[in-house]
Write a protein that binds this ligand. Structure first.
Ligand SMILES: Nc1ncnc2c1ncn2[C@@H]1O[C@H](COP(=O)(O)OP(=O)(O)O)[C@@H](O)[C@H]1O
Ligand SMILES: [Mg+2]
Length: 344
C-alpha cells in the first residue's frame, strides 16, 4: 500500500506538538504545513489528510479554520476536526439543535431571535434560569439569572448594544484564583492586568454578541460537572468541582479524578451520542438532574492538562483501562485508520 501522509498545522502549545512527536516516534509520514499561507492547497497536494488544532480565541484561526477544513473534507481528504465534529464548535446555540435532533438529553434550552418573543417568554416563565452567550469557555460567558427583572435587562441588552465576550476584569480574577492554586504563573496574572488597558487583538476584533439571547433551565444541586472527553471510541472521564459560592464548574480546575464517581449512564450517553453524531473527538459536559445526566455542551478540543491521561480511559463496553496513554495520539491513529479504511 502506498504511504499515507498527514499534513499538520503547527502551533506552539497546541495538540500539533504531540501529533508531530507521535508521528516521529511511530514513523508515520507527516508534513508540517502552514494553513495561513496562500498556497495551502498546493502544500497539501502530497498529503492525504490535514490535522489542525484550531482555537476559539485565536483571531486568525476563527477567520479560516472551519472553512479550510470543510473545503478539504468536501474534496475528499480526511481532516481533523471534521465537519460532524466541529461545525458547532464554540456555538452553544447550534448545539441545542444538534442534540435535540437525535433526542439526546440536553439541558432544556431557550434561544430567542427577537426581543418581543424573548420578553413574552421572560414574563411567563419561572426563575432562576441560566444565561449564556453562544461562545466562550471556562464559564466566562455563563450567568445565573435569579429574577425576571434581571432577565429582562439581559434581553434588552441582547437586542440593544449587545455583549462583549472577553471581560478583562473577570479574566484577571480567574488568573489570580488559578495562581493561588498553583495552576498558573505570576506572569499570567501580570498579563491579566495589562489586558485591562490593552485587550487582546482577539477581543478587539470580535463583534459583540447581539440579535439573539440564550437561556437554559437552571439545574440546581450540582457540586460538580462531569467532563467526558471522547476521542475515537474511548473516553477519559473526570469531574470538576464548582468554584466556591458559585454554580459553575467549567474552568475551576478543582478536579476529582476518582472514576468511581463517574455515572455509568453518562458514559453510555456520551458513547451513544458520539456514535450517532459521528464525532471524532468531543469533550462533553454533563450535569445531573437527580439521577439523570444532562448534556450541557460539547467541544471538539480540550485542555490536555498535566495528569489528564494518568487515571485510565473507558471503552465502549464501559471497561476502565488503567495505565499510560495519550489521547492526542488517538487522534492521529483515528485519522490513519480512516485513510487505511478508505484505501481498501
Ligand atoms: N443549565 C445549567 N444548570 C446548572 N449549572 C450549569 C448549567 N449550565 C452550565 N452550568 C455550570 O456552568 C459551567 C459552565 O457552563 P458551560 O455551558 O459548560 O460553559 P463553558 O463553555 O464556559 O464551559 C458548567 O461547567 C456547569 O458547572
Ligand atoms: Mg463547559
Amino acid at each position: 500500500m502506498e504511504t499515507m501522509r498527514i499534513g499538520i498545522h503547527k502551533r506552539k502549545g497546541s495538540f500539533s506538538e504531540r501529533w508531530i512527536s507521535y508521528c516521529q516516534e511511530k514513523g508515520i509520514a507527516y508534513k508540517v504545513v502552514n494553513c495561513f499561507e496562500n498556497d495551502i492547497i498546493e502544500q497539501l497536494a502530497d498529503c492525504d489528510a490535514l490535522m489542525w488544532h484550531h482555537h476559539h480565541e485565536s483571531a486568525r484561526d476563527i477567520q479560516v479554520a472551519k472553512q479550510l477544513l470543510f473545503a478539504l473534507e468536501g474534496s475528499g481528504k480526511v481532516v481533523f476536526p471534521d465537519f460532524s465534529s466541529s461545525w458547532h464548535f464554540d456555538d452553544k446555540v447550534g448545539q441545542k439543535y444538534l442534540f435535540e435532533s437525535i433526542g439526546a438529553p440536553l439541558v432544556p434550552s431557550y434561544p430567542f431571535y427577537t426581543r418581543k418573543e424573548a420578553l413574552e417568554w421572560a414574563n411567563t416563565t419561572t426563575f432562576p434560569k441560566v444565561f449564556k452567550l453562544r461562545g466562550g469557555a471556562a464559564s466566562d460567558n455563563v450567568k445565573l439569572v435569579k429574577t425576571r427583572s434581571h432577565a429582562i435587562r439581559l434581553i434588552k441588552r441582547a437586542f440593544g448594544r449587545g455583549f462583549k465576550r472577553y471581560k478583562p476584569l473577570g479574566s484577571l480574577n480567574e488568573r489570580w484564583r488559578l495562581f493561588k492554586m498553583g495552576r498558573t504563573s505570576f506572569f499570567d496574572v501580570l498579563k491579566g492586568w495589562i489586558r485591562i488597558v490593552r485587550p487582546t487583538y482577539f477581543a478587539r476584533l470580535l463583534k459583540r454578541d447581539r440579535g439573539y439571547v440564550y437561556f437554559q433551565e437552571f439545574i440546581p444541586g450540582n457540586s460538580h460537572d462531569i467532563r467526558l472527553t471522547y476521542v475515537f471510541d474511548r473516553i477519559v472521564a473526570f469531574r470538576r468541582q464548582v468554584r466556591p459560592r458559585d454554580f459553575r464548574a467549567s474552568g475551576s480546575y478543582i478536579l476529582d479524578k476518582d472514576q468511581a464517581n463517574i455515572p455509568p449512564e453518562a458514559l453510555r450517553i456520551a458513547f451513544e451520542v458520539a456514535h450517532k453524531l459521528k464525532f471524532q473527538s468531543a469533550a462533553l459536559d454533563f450535569i445531573m438532574k437527580d439521577s439523570d445526566p444532562l448534556i450541557v455542551e460539547v467541544c471538539y478540543a480540550f485542555v490536555p492538562w498535566e495528569g489528564l491521561f494518568s487515571f485510565g480511559y473507558w471503552d465502549r463496553d464501559l471497561n476502565l483501562h488503567p495505565g499510560a496513554f495519550n489521547a492526542l495520539d488517538w487522534m492521529v491513529d483515528g485519522v490513519l485508520e480512516k485513510l487505511q479504511h478508505r484505501s481498501r
